[in-house]
Design a protein around this ligand. Structure first.
Ligand SMILES: Nc1ncnc2c1ncn2[C@@H]1O[C@H](COP(=O)(O)OP(=O)(O)O)[C@@H](O)[C@H]1O
Ligand SMILES: CC(=O)OP(=O)(O)O
Ligand SMILES: [Mg+2]
Length: 389
């Protein structure tokens, strides 16, 4: 019997990450970045002799996935594939665990597309294309929202009329596959030694915080959609809803223009007027770029403070995802602003990207590389065992 093969697809707002597993072993891992602009496929792990395609047409995520499947098929990597595991950002109230993506389930997930317009329709289009092209393998969905599903009710409620909460206008939270992976890593690294109160900062193109108590989600900064909370690459994060009313009523902006503002033209890009990429902003001297970075740090510190209050203290702070894993100056500035909590960053460890960053006192500080694909595979394996596949 040959080892089962699983392809993992993780579509983010700016990238398509992928991994191929053979049995317990990961065979290859990589990503397609700059989708819609100058797409490029990069491999961080590959079997000998496999090299990325020289050119790639990827105007959007479904096209990027099609190009990936073409390349994998031509390289004979899809032979004997048992399952394709998809990241589905929004599972709403109903989906708290991974599921097999049949047509009825896809139709229920379509209904959540307006709540995650950067992710959900693209991911569902990829699932449908995979079902058509590769009818053999199981298609499995793993949800960003699932890790937050059992948060205490008060953390899920908006202060809106009950009828709206009852119809599902609630805080769901995202990046849960990343948080589940980090919770697992923290348990391996630290066990119960650090106490149970942790804040994890997932700082990628989308950014959020999760307050965890003993490895479970207690509160998170994203809400009904992935717009709330921190400042992000192109999203503004928490915003007085009065601004939306003003733009619509007084300035005559239509809803499409407002949606573009909130999802595409704000955040680091909007404030800097230059780039949505922290790498670019950290390398520039001009005032608008620096102000964008200052605001990113300010919003982060403010939201961490709020979550410390929710947790009643802080034992562990983790930085992860693109900015969290690689931007030492951002970690330094955040930690300096949290000195009042006893946070003490070791500058040399920070420059070396950890993994431990603290000076041996105060809250434990970590940089941990997230691995949503590993988490998805783990969850999919659990589902397959439970359903005898
Ligand atoms: N060396 C670096 N320094 C600063 N920021 C970085 C660095 N590398 C990546 N990033 C940031 O990480 C972001 C991508 O993070 P990632 O978690 O891969 O995003 P996503 O999954 O949301 O597509 C980029 O937009 C960039 O701002
Ligand atoms: C939910 C979300 O914003 O995801 P990403 O950061 O991968 O775009
Ligand atoms: Mg991501």
């Amino acid at each position: 019997m040959t080892a089962p093969r699983h392809l993992i697809l993780n579509g983010g707002s700016s990238t398509l990450k992928f991994a191929l597993y053979e049995g317990e072993a990961r065979r290859l891992r990589g990503l397609i970045e700059r989708i819609g602009a100058t797409p490029r496929l990069r491999l961080s792990q590959a079997p000998a002799g496999l090299s990325p395609p020289a050119a790639l047409a990827a105007p959007d995520t479904p096209a990027a996935a099609a190009a990936l499947l073409d390349w994998l098929a031509a390289s004979e990597e899809l032979t004997g594939l048992d399952a394709i595991v998809h990241r589905i950002v929004h599972g709403g109230r109903d989906f708290a665990a991974p599921v097999i993506l049949d047509e009825a389930t896809l139709a229920r997930l379509d209904a959540l597309s307006p709540l995650a317009p950067l992710h959900q329709p693209q991911a569902l289009a990829v699932v449908r294309a995979c079902r058509e092209r590769l009818p053999g393998p199981l298609q499995i969905g793993c949800f960003d929202t699932a890790f937050h599903h059992d948060q205490p009710r008060l953390h899920q409620l908006f202060a809106l009329p009950r009828a709206l909460s009852e119809e599902g206008i609630l805080r769901y939270g995202f990046h849960g596959l990343s948080y589940a992976y980090i919770a697992r890593r923290l348990a391996e690294l630290d066990g119960d030694k650090a106490g149970g109160r942790a804040i994890v900062a997932h700082l990628g193109q989308g950014a959020s915080l999760c307050a965890m108590h003993r490895g479970r989600s207690l509160a998170t900064t994203m809400g009904f959609t992935a717009l709330d909370g921190l400042m992000m690459g192109r999203r503004c994060g928490a915003l007085d809803p009065g601004v939306v009313l003003y733009l619509q009523q007084q300035r005559g902006w239509d809803i499409g223009r407002i949606e573009r503002l909130l999802y595409h033209d704000s955040g680091l890009l909007g404030v800097s007027g230059h780039s949505d990429d922290m790498r670019d902003l950290l390398s520039r001297q001009d005032a608008a770029c620096q102000e964008a970075v200052d605001l990113f740090v300010h919003r982060l510190v403010r939201e961490i403070g709020a979550l410390v209050a929710v947790l009643g203290g802080l034992d562990t702070l983790v930085f992860t995802a693109g900015i969290g894993e690689h931007a030492a100056p951002i970690r330094q500035r955040v930690c300096e602003a949290l000195a009042w909590l006893g946070v003490a960053l070791d500058p040399e460890r920070n420059a070396a990207h950890g993994p431990r960053l603290d000076r041996g006192h105060g809250p434990r500080l970590w940089v941990l590389a997230t691995d949503e694909e590993a988490e998805m595979r783990q969850e999919a394996m659990t589902l397959m065992r439970a359903t005898d596949r």
